[in-house]
Design a protein around this ligand. Structure first.
Ligand SMILES: [Zn+2]
Length: 312
């Protein structure tokens, strides 16, 4: 391409030849110039902005001062310490709940096997409380990580506690600590030596008698398995239930039995009805408890601190 122009009164003619390469060079130089101007404006503009409008400059440049950084960290640390202290309190409270629960378990455990609480009952749960180091001097991120780890430990400890308490509940429910009969029935004869109502001679009474109208529901005193359900000259229709820790309970003189040998029964389940079968002078439930094959006073199987009374 050629450009021709005529200048002045002399009408001098000037000619310029423009080639493709020449156009490219002009464009490249122009772009470079603009980039230089842009960088210059940015650099000097930023310096000027920092001097005259520092807040705006920091906001645009994403810059904070050391003091601001410390202030932000301090605000976060304050909140972290509050959180740590709250978690420590939760941990302490869970520890206290464990202590209260242990007292309840002890109260609900029959005296003869209370010594087994430490092993069978599953005391000695996870160590609580878990500390959350509220006054640590480490870096904020390190303290946050430590707190997260402690939080995870607390969750795991609570999960173990839950399993532990559930195991204790199942253990207690399998002990014959419940009442073997519904309603407010009278205790007509206690455990120990007494004058036999039929022979009129002094004899050992191996259980306790609850006088009750015929048909009164007889209940399993604890969960277990029916060891025997049969008929006997002395006991009449009877049921024997095997529980855990060597306990066996026997329910006699029933008029009707609802369970059979090998059947699993739960605490409070109706297993028979009061009757007058076997050696008896009237309708009542004869209730016996054996511990490791020895008869014990059924009162001893109940929870609490009873000293077993006798008929004497
Ligand atoms: Zn009896």
């Amino acid at each position: 391409m050629q450009i021709i122009w005529i200048s002045g009164s002399t009408s001098q003619i000037k000619r310029i030849n423009i080639t493709g390469l020449g156009l490219f060079k002009i464009a490249a130089v122009t772009c470079f110039a603009f980039i230089l101007i842009g960088v210059g404006i940015h650099f000097f503009g930023f310096r000027i902005a920092v001097q005259f409008k520092p807040d705006l400059a920091r906001e645009m440049g994403g810059v904070i001062t050391l003091q601001e950084k410390e202030e932000i960290e301090s605000a976060y640390r304050e909140r972290l310490e509050t959180l740590q202290s709250q978690l420590s309190k939760v941990s302490d409270q869970i520890g206290k709940l464990q202590t209260i629960k242990d007292r309840f378990t002890e109260l609900a455990t029959p005296v003869p096997i209370r010594s087994r609480l430490n092993d069978e009952g599953g005391k000695g749960g996870p160590h609580l409380p878990i500390q959350f180091n509220p006054k640590s001097k480490g870096s904020l991120i390190k303290d946050l990580d430590t707190s997260v780890d402690s939080g995870k430990s607390l969750v795991k400890a609570v999960e173990r506690l839950e399993q532990n308490w559930d195991r204790q509940y199942r253990w207690l429910s399998q002990l014959p600590t419940g009442t073997p009969i519904t309603g407010l029935t009278g205790l007509s004869s206690n455990y120990g030596p007494r004058v036999d109502p039929i022979t009129k001679r002094l004899a050992q009474h191996p259980g306790i008698d609850f006088s009750a109208p015929p048909g009164t529901p007889i209940l399993a005193a604890g969960s277990g398995t029916v060891m025997r359900a049969g008929n006997d000259y002395a006991y009449g229709l009877f049921v024997e239930i095997k529980h855990i820790d060597g306990f066996v309970t026997k329910y006699a003189h029933a008029r009707k039995v609802y369970v059979q040998q090998g059947q699993a029964v739960t605490r409070g389940q109706m297993i028979a009805e009061v009757g007058t079968t076997g050696r008896t002078t009237g309708p009542h439930l004869h209730y016996e408890v054996r511990l490791n094959d020895s008869l014990i006073n059924p009162i001893q199987a109940l929870a609490g601190r009873y000293q077993a009374p006798t008929n004497q």
